[in-house]
Design a protein. Structure first.
Length: 420
């Protein structure tokens, strides 16, 4: 098992290439199951989650190649049953459900288990598919979904925590092959949902309104192959933006899309960061100590829950008192206990982290609990005095392509160590 060893104190400076979006690539890969023809996807990041999804596609019958960021798929025949041993490793694999039910008329998928960041049930996915005419039942840890015919309908996909991204993806993909018009109300409007819809339209789908809370899909008889380039990863870009700020550095986020990061950029500017949009991407610098913050995570275009842990690391060393409230996954604070081990002064009041900025953190052995928590601990290590060892970095490899190499290229003292 690998760990990352970080020696703090280096000021990051230079240019870093932002990879393709994991959260776009996964449902887009699933969407290739909707056609028997060849699909070609560019700017696909080399991540463990992507590798798991490619293996799921192969197990379902698709021919798949992956080389230099380009995936080529051809799913002439598709199995309706997904393998548990692969599905259990990645919750996002649920996004194959919509394409399989649309292509095969039935689907069997292992029900995703628990998640460290909070309860993430698939009931809204099944509710949306049920509105299209798909019946489902759970038995023995599996979900069985069948449909003799999918028929378009007006569907409300909201929940107490806001809209669901993968739920919107699943219903949208299934609706491309449903008869008539499907309207998704309270749809997720994240850039990753828009990217999936753009790919589906290239395949011959008729989707309008993607990027808004109301998406309209007119079903078609068949979809064809297509070529598409995945959008840049706004969460990776945001993480490197925080890395620049926490080390008082200057970094160009090459390829980053500022329009996808408006809330994060605005909030960091309000704290005193210098951030400029360039033709090449986003330029970020911290010429002085930042000020504290009070914010709430929300569905897009609000502040993303996937940036909450990284912001906690930054505010742990920012003067003043910061309050960060988590509305999407209220129990997503496993990183706080590890930050305390490094000297952070933080209290948890319900779903709100109260951070009292300290002069410095101290390096320590810490344990990653999930993808974004692991990134936050690496960020804390960059500014801590001494050496920080981040264990269980398989979490970080799920969503960050070669993060240690990229940080090293900016001047960070970070090494990946293989434990025997």
């Amino acid at each position: 098992m690998d760990k990352l060893v970080v020696k703090g104190g280096a000021r990051l400076k230079g240019r870093v290439e932002i990879s393709g979006s994991k959260n776009s690539a996964l449902p887009i890969l699933a969407a290739t199951l909707l056609t028997p023809e060849t699909c070609v996807l560019h700017n696909v990041p080399d991540l463990s989650d992507i590798r798991f999804m490619l293996e799921i596609l192969r197990q379902l019958g698709a021919k798949v190649t992956f080389e230099n960021g380009t995936v080529t798929t051809r799913a002439e025949k598709v199995s309706s049953e997904t393998p548990y041993d692969l599905v259990r490793k990645m919750r996002a694999s649920i996004c194959v459900l919509g394409p399989i039910i649309a292509r095969c008329g039935k689907a069997t998928i292992s029900e995703p288990g628990g998640c460290v960041i909070g309860d993430r049930p698939i009931d809204i996915h099944l509710k949306g598919l049920a509105e299209l005419g798909a019946k489902s039942r759970s038995e023995g840890g599996n979900v069985y979904v069948t449909s003799s015919e999918l028929v378009g309908k007006e569907i409300f996909l909201g929940s107490k925590f806001g809209s669901t991204v993968l739920g919107t993806d699943n219903v949208m993909m299934a609706a491309t092959r449903a008869k008539g018009l499907t309207i998704i109300e309270s749809a997720a409007c994240e850039p990753e949902v828009r990217d999936l819809a753009d790919f589906l339209n290239k395949m011959g789908a008729k989707i309008e309104g993607h990027g808004t809370r109301r998406i309209e899909i007119t079903g078609v008889d068949q979809l064809h192959g297509a070529e598409h380039t995945v959008i840049p990863d706004r969460i990776e870009a945001g993480t490197f933006l925080i890395a620049a700020l926490i080390t008082q550095g200057e970094v160009l986020l090459a390829g980053a899309e500022p329009d996808h990061m408006i809330n994060l950029i605005d909030r960091m500017k309000s704290c005193g960061a210098r951030i400029k949009s360039r033709a090449e991407g986003i330029e970020v610098a911290a010429s002085r100590r930042l000020s504290s913050i009070d914010l709430v995570t929300e569905t897009y275009p609000g502040f993303p829950t996937d940036m909450q842990a990284q912001l906690c690391a930054l505010m742990a060393v920012t003067p003043g008192i910061s309050a960060i409230t988590e509305k999407i996954f209220p129990s997503r604070f496993m990183h706080l206990s590890e930050l305390r081990r490094m000297g952070a002064r933080v209290e948890l009041e319900g779903a709100t982290a109260i951070l009292h900025g300290v002069d410095h953190l101290s390096g320590a052995p810490v344990m990653a609990s999930d993808l974004r928590a692991s990134a936050a601990l690496v960020l804390a290590g960059l500014v801590a005095q001494g050496t920080t060892e981040v264990n269980r970095v398989y979490h970080i490899d799920r969503g960050y392509e070669h993060i240690d190499r990229k940080l090293r290229s900016l001047g960070a003292n970070i090494e990946r160590v293989r434990e025997r």
